[in-house]
Design a protein around this ligand. Structure first.
Ligand code: FAD
Length: 379
């Protein structure tokens, strides 16, 4: 048996498991992926509803992610780029805040926007310049604090934090208090500064599908792993598989006995899709609702993003609440009208993703080998 004949199994065909399998394939190893569901993608999924493309939660691909460039053929994903700006709605008033370094037409609107004070706009410019030059190793080796503390220490006004940073980063971190690590903030801010937020023309699920195309015959669907003990993978069917190396690309504590259970809560999100007569913004752009006590966080029009798409608005709700689904639907409808003068029609779908993102109060770019869920099995 040569090194390349070792049996390697990967548990989970989300983007992490697929990336692991592609990495191994490029190095000459033929790993098998065991996937619980009938499709690839894990959290990155798109439901096709007639001619509608409904992603499972609003997600974007930042095209400057190093991993995106490494694992994807970005060109063939027909990426649709979001405008490097947001439209912020505060108590019925509309403000445009955009990256004037990328598109000068945003300069004036951004400067006069009632979102923060003039010195805030200058600070955004300076922060963007600083982070463009800061490499990823330095970002992830820097000391950590919460994003909120980072922004306060940088000198941003409370108004700028409340009216722009909170709504914008709530939609990304999926938590409302900016408690996520400043390393994550710097990383994401840098990615937005040097690249684009994009969605593939066929919806987000085109990403894992493209990765899976490189792994024909290597994915075993509808296969649920019950537990992994030493060199044996136990399936829920009672079957067992011997493995030389097992990579767990899903929370390992769920299938490896005796691993300490993480006490970190997951962040959840609800995404509501409504049909609408509203025309949209004529370009893909993110709307933010920064009004006091609003549950709706961000929205965009699918007809602005996808070609020939019916008029549909997608709204994300991140804040915790005790409303029933019906009450939430009504509340979001009311907020859209009051804050943004957008009339939502029938609810097409409400998606609730309970385990959307883990808590990132401390984060590293690369895990130490010890922490990697890679079990070297002694034979
Ligand atoms: C609403 C939302 C918004 C997001 N926004 C963004 C964004 O804008 N940009 C961004 O970069 N990221 C975003 N993310 C995060 C991103 O989607 C995830 O980081 C990524 O998809 C995680 O991939 P993964 O492969 O690690 O895990 P998962 O996608 O969770 O995949 C795990 C896989 O393992 C399988 N599995 C689990 N248990 C077993 C078992 N016992 N046996 C066999 N198979 C098993 C599951 O079926 C699944 O397919 C967002 C996530 C959500 C939900």
């Amino acid at each position: 048996m040569t090194d390349k004949d070792v049996k390697i199994y990967i548990i989970g065909a989300g983007v992490s498991g697929l990336a692991a399998a592609i990495t191994l394939k490029n190095a000459g190893y033929n790993a098998q992926i065991l996937e619980h569901s009938p499709t690839v993608g894990g959290r990155v999924k798109t439901t096709k509803n007639g001619s509608m493309k409904l992603d499972h939660g609003f997600q974007v691909l930042l095209d400057e992610y190093p991993a995106a460039k490494e694992f994807l053929n970005l060109e063939s994903l027909n990426l649709v780029k979001f405008s490097p700006a947001s439209i912020v709605f505060i108590d019925g008033n509309k403000h445009i805040i955009g990256d004037a370094q990328r598109d000068m037409s945003f300069a004036w609107n951004t400067l006069i926007a009632g979102v923060g004070i003039v010195s805030d706009k200058w600070k955004v410019f300076m922060l963007s310049r600083k982070l463009k030059q800061k490499n990823l190793t330095d970002i992830f080796n820097d000391s950590e604090k919460t994003t909120l503390k980072y922004l306060q220490d940088y000198g941003f006004s409370q108004k700028m934090i409340d009216c722009f940073f909170k709504p914008f980063y709530t939609g990304i971190f999926l938590e409302t208090e900016l408690q996520t690590s400043s390393r994550m903030f710097e990383f994401v801010f840098k990615m937005f500064s040097i690249g684009n937020a994009t969605i593939p023309g066929a919806g987000m699920e085109a990403i894992p599908n493209q990765m899976a195309d490189k792994l024909v015959g290597q994915i075993q669907f509808n296969t649920t792993v019950k537990e992994v003990i030493a060199d044996t993978i136990h399936l829920t069917t009672g079957e067992t598989i011997k493995s030389d190396y097992t990579i767990i690309a899903t929370p390992a504590e769920t299938i490896v006995p005796n691993l300490p259970k993480s006490d970190k809560p997951w962040h959840s999100v609800q995404t509501l899709y409504f049909d609408t007569d509203d025309h949209g913004f004529d370009q893909p752009i993110i709307g933010l609702i920064a009004g006091n006590d609003c549950l709706s966080n961000n929205f965009h029009f699918l007809n602005d993003v996808f070609e020939n798409h019916p008029k549909v608005i997608s709204v994300s709700v991140v804040a915790k609440h005790n409303l029933t689904k019906d009450q939430l639907e009504e509340r979001v409808r009311k907020e859209l009208i009051e804050q943004a003068n957008i009339k939502a029609g029938d609810l097409i779908k409400m998606m609730e993703i309970k385990k959307a993102l883990p808590t990132f109060d401390s984060i590293q770019y690369a895990m130490s080998l010890l922490k990697l869920n890679l079990l070297k099995i002694s034979s």
